[in-house]
Design a protein around this ligand. Structure first.
Ligand code: ZN
Ligand code: ZN
Length: 374
């Protein structure tokens, strides 16, 4: 059996290749038989150093040692083979931007071992956390203002209620598999390497179910039509991602369920423009009101009527701030942004004779000629 190669070379577990090489060269010089003629312990050390370097210089062997320890090299010499460890990777979550169709498709696919180099499609890694699910919803700005409950209907794997996820006929935990001792894996030797493969006796479950639950056929999960009421908070931002912990697919063998995510999109409004928590509303104001000053009535996003004072000489494009009438802040309850009324002006198309004369008189007034209004 090899000694721990890291200890033999006196390097850290995360030592770089350069450090390993340096340590090796130093030790190999020290224990070289030419320098230590007849010294048995030096000869032994020399072998150890070479064995250790043999493992750590090779990325594959080093990784195998890190993963399996001595077991990987118990065979001594032989072919170098990659180890296909089917349990290495965790689930990579959900695909970004997936719609409901994608969720259903994902759900239908069940618990595959996507991206694993292991046993294709076979059900059964022990303690597999349930898959995350993702839905997307688009709401109006008004719904974002008040908050809304969004109902999602979908189907996914849920824990079997008949056996409580144990997959057994009596609903109790099945006894540990005698072949693998409950680990779900067995180690076989392939030349130089010990390879971890799912236990053929229990298909990697680690438990041996003698009588399967009739409802879930021993899988511990059943496919079910589900409805979730998702509360979308007032003031939600466009692009916000909400997480409902534990509402994804059921986990395997009592493992925790995945999460359910909702991506919220807030549609553009044709009256109000949103800038963070603030809102911008464009208001048509008559020229006379802008010039002389006055008041206009506006309707806020929450359907309130507000009088906004217009100062004499207000310019087109200026923004009047109405405090606290913007969007609610989703993170600070009771906090609101501001509403900015952006002044625009409509040019009248139908004028009475009297109005025409008044405007003509106004245009004729010398002091106003330079201002360029008309
Ligand atoms: Zn087993
Ligand atoms: Zn069941």
């Amino acid at each position: 059996m090899n000694k721990n190669p890291y200890e033999v070379l006196g390097v850290a577990r995360d030592a770089s290749d350069a450090d390993i090489k340096k340590a090796y060269h130093k030790l190999v010089m020290k224990y070289h038989p030419d320098k230590n003629p007849g010294d048995k312990s030096a000869e032994e050390k020399f072998k150890e150093v070479n064995n250790a370097f043999d493992i750590l210089k090779d990325p594959q062997k080093r990784a195998a040692y890190d993963r399996f320890g001595d077991a990987a090299f118990a065979g001594g010499n032989g072919a170098s083979a990659g180890t296909g460890n089917p349990f290495g990777a965790g689930f990579g979550g959900f695909a970004g931007g997936a719609g409901m169709d994608d969720i259903l498709r994902e759900a239908m696919r069940g618990f595959g071992f996507d991206g694993f180099g292991g046993f294709g499609g076979e059900r059964g890694a022990a303690q597999q956390r349930g898959r995350d699910l993702l839905d997307t919803v688009t709401i109006s700005l008004r719904d974002a203002y008040f908050g809304i409950t969004h109902t999602v209907k979908f189907s996914s794997n849920v824990t079997c209620d008949k056996c409580d996820g144990h997959g057994t006929d009596d609903g109790k935990t099945a006894p540990a598999c005698s072949r693998c001792g409950g680990s779900g894996v067995v180690h076989t030797r392939q030349g130089f390497f010990a390879v971890e493969t799912p236990c053929p006796e229990c298909n990697g479950l680690g438990r041996k179910i003698s009588k399967k639950c009739s409802k879930c056929d021993g899988t511990g999960t059943v496919h079910k039509q589900r409805t979730l009421d998702v509360k979308i908070p007032a003031g939600v931002d466009d692009g916000a991602r909400l997480r409902l912990a534990g509402q994804g697919e059921a986990g395997q063998n009592g493992a925790p369920a995945g999460d359910f995510y909702i991506d919220v999109h807030v549609a553009a409004d044709d009256k109000f423009e949103r800038m963070g928590d603030d809102l911008i509303l464009r208001a048509d104001v008559p020229f006379a009101t802008l010039a002389l000053g006055g008041e206009i009535e506006i309707e806020t996003l929450d359907d309130k009527k507000l009088d906004v004072k217009i100062a004499a000489g207000t310019q087109i494009g200026s923004r009047l701030r109405v405090r606290g009438h913007g969007m609610p802040n989703a993170r600070r309850s009771g906090s609101f942004g501001d509403l900015y009324v952006e002044i625009t002006m409509s040019v009248p198309t139908k004028l009475t004779e009297k109005q025409k004369k008044a405007l003509a008189d106004f245009a004729d007034t010398k002091s106003n000629k330079k201002s360029g209004w008309f």
